[in-house]
Write a protein that binds this ligand. Sequence first.
Ligand code: G1P
Length: 291
Amino acid sequence: MKQVVRKAVFPAGGLGTRFLPATKVIPKEMLALVDKPIIQYGVEEAVASGIEHVIIITGRGKGAMEDHFDHSFELDATLERRGKKDLLEVSRGVAALARVSYVRQKDPLGLGHAVLCAKELVGNEPFAVILPDDVIDAEVPCIKQMIEVFNEKGGSVLATQTVEGPAISAYGVLAGSQDPANPRIYNCTGMVEKPKLDDAPSKQAIIGRYVLTPRVFELLEQTQPGAGGEIQLTDGIRALLKEEKVFGYTFEGKRFDAGDKFGMLQATVEFALKRPDLGPQFREYLKGLKL
Ligand code: G1P
């Protein structure tokens, strides 16, 4: 029986040290890209892809995310009293976006461990994983594209992007070959987390979007700490690959690493330029800088 992908896991327990001092108190997932916290882009992508249940893996000091996706009684009442209908819609809209559950990751043991924290809530069905730092601008939401591939191929799907040079060492990297029938599909034979450039099996880097079968939970339970001493999702999926097919997928769209200062600057410029309310004025401003 074909199983529908209904749930998406958002690992959001990390400390966000790449963005200090902004993330000393504020969760990195709550940093604004133009005027929306970066995690909201991921949640909107999930909802637009048919996901019904969002599961956020949180940690200490991350409570702002829970408040964000909830009603804000005082704010909403004040906006209503002042007749600010548009803003009220914005505020209420966030709370109405999706059914959201939270699981605390008590120990920062790695991405694989964070995903494992969702085991009970996901249960025995395929699910999506969205890393909120990776903001993807795409006509068809990235995770929707991947769910289509999952339904067609019947195996787990990892988003990939070609990365040249030493930057590859910041990623999980696939081994395998391009599918002759569809150049966007990569038939995986292996994968390694954060290899040295010389050890990288290809230029196919894993980007923060996954559609996985639930068997990965049991395998993650047996996964030992790997790169950086952490329980790596990549290692769990490599174990899955011994039992099931796993595919890389070159998505259509552009990915920004919004968990990084430079990536956030790039995303800010491009997203702001696309906004009908800000774009024209911002374009004129940038032109005036005479760089
Ligand atoms: C994580 C994954 C890595 C993947 C990357 C994509 O690494 O472990 O395999 O390539 O996300 O953003 P992190 O960026 O958390 O170090």
